[in-house]
Structure formats: C-alpha cells, structure tokens
Design a protein around this ligand. Structure first.
Ligand SMILES: Cc1cc2nc3c(=O)[nH]c(=O)nc-3n(C[C@H](O)[C@H](O)[C@H](O)COP(=O)(O)O)c2cc1C
Length: 214
C-alpha cells in the first residue's frame, strides 16, 4: 500500500514554532472544565508518541475523586514545606513566594504512570537502557502538553510529591511508577515566557542553543 505523507507548509512551520514557544507550565487555571471530547482527543494524540520497542508503557489516570485529590494536595503541601525547609535566607524567601502547583484550581488532575517492564514491545531496546520506558512516557506527556497548548488547554507538571504515596492514594498496581502529576484546565492568562523567569527565579540559558561538538 502506498501512502502520501502530508507536506508541512512554511506557515505551518511558523505556527509549530509558536506552539512550542507558547507552551507553558500553567499554575493558574480558570474553573470551567475542559469538554470530555477534548480531553479524549488529547489522550489519543499523546498516544502517538514514540516509545521504546513500541511498548507504549504509559498509563494516564484521571483523578476525579475529591478525597484522593485532597490527599494529593496534602502530600504536595508536605513535600513543598520540606523543600522550603532545605533552603535558608533569601533563597528560602524567594522559594516561598513561588506558586509551584495549580492543584487547587485546576478542574482536572491527571496522574501519568509508566510500566517499567511492559510485555508490549517484547523488551526491544531496553536491555542496556531500562530507563527508556520512563523516557517513552515522558515523550507521551510532552505530546499531550503540546496538543493541549494547541487546543488552548493548559498543563502544569507537579513533581513536588512523593511518588510512592501518590501511587498508594490512587491504589495503583505497585509495579507502575509515577512519572508525572498533571494539572489540566484552561489557563487563567496566556504567557509567552516561563513563570519562573517572570518571577526572577531562573532564566533560559542562551548557550544551550549552541551545539556542542566532539
Ligand atoms: C519533569 C518536570 C517536573 C516539573 N515539576 C514542576 C513542579 O513540581 N512545580 C512547578 O511549578 N513546575 C514544575 N515543572 C515546570 C517547570 O518549572 C517549567 O517547565 C519550566 O520552568 C519552564 O517553564 P515553561 O514550561 O512554562 O516553559 C516541571 C517540569 C518538568 C519537565
């Protein structure tokens, strides 16, 4: 069977670059929910991501139950307080001023797990680099993030949580590892630069835009 691949026009390439530039980690959300059909489409698009051996090790979990969400928020509060306690002086003050999760206002919570040893893919490509299953799941998360941005939906990645505790709260198969906890919803405001940059915490490094050559 012959197929014709689409040609991506120059205006499309400009828009793709805009999409990549405008993808943001979102921590401030509007309360209105994202239609289920849109969320379903984002999940289907995420599953177009590459994966080691075509193993598709990702598992996207919608966290709807208020009690489980409250437990996740409590865990974030605990872990964030511990992270703050590890800092002192002006650094601690600056850290304390950051908003590092939109768990309270995001209308949707999505936990993303990865299977470290999935039957699918039959082990191909993983013998010397077993982490490749995790990386595959990260590819799916990034694909989800970009598709969400294109649909006007914001995503915020929360990693200041205890993965084992979150897995227990969600009663997941202990074989699965938590890779990301995502807040999802319409952003309160668009932003062309990272929030951490706008708040003076960190800046993009221009030298990373250069090739290293060997
Ligand atoms: C693996 C990973 C974990 C992250 N964890 C957090 C987090 O716990 N809290 C937070 O506010 N942002 C988190 N972020 C978002 C980063 O802070 C954000 O991507 C970075 O500041 C660049 O901003 P941008 O995504 O808007 O371009 C995480 C991002 C990644 C890729």
């Amino acid at each position: 069977m012959t197929t014709t691949a689409p040609e991506f026009s120059s205006p499309f390439m400009d828009q793709l670059r805009d999409l990549l530039r405008w993808r943001r980690d979102v921590r401030h959300f509007r309360p209105d929910p994202v239609p289920e059909a849109v969320l379903d489409e984002l999940l289907r698009t995420a599953c177009l991501a590459p994966s080691v051996g075509l193993s598709e090790p990702w598992r996207f979990v919608r966290v709807d139950d208020p009690a489980r969400r409250a437990a996740v928020r409590a865990d974030f509060t605990r872990c964030n307080a511990a992270a703050l306690a590890d800092r002192d002086g002006p650094d601690a003050l600056r850290y304390a001023r950051l908003k590092l999760a939109g768990l309270d206002d995001a209308p949707h919570h999505v936990a993303v797990f990865s299977h470290p040893d999935p039957a699918q893919g039959r082990g191909l490509g993983r013998a010397t680099m077993p982490q490749t299953t995790t990386w595959s799941t990260v590819m799916a998360i990034h694909t989800f993030w970009l598709a969400a941005t294109a649909a006007g939906v914001g995503v915020g990645w929360v990693s200041i949580i205890d993965p084992d505790r979150i897995a227990a709260v969600l009663e997941m198969d202990p074989a699965l590892e938590l890779v990301a906890y995502l807040c999802v919803g319409y952003p309160a405001a668009p932003a062309s630069t990272p929030e951490l940059e706008r708040r003076g915490w960190e800046r993009r490094a221009p030298e990373r835009r250069q090739w290293v050559r060997r």
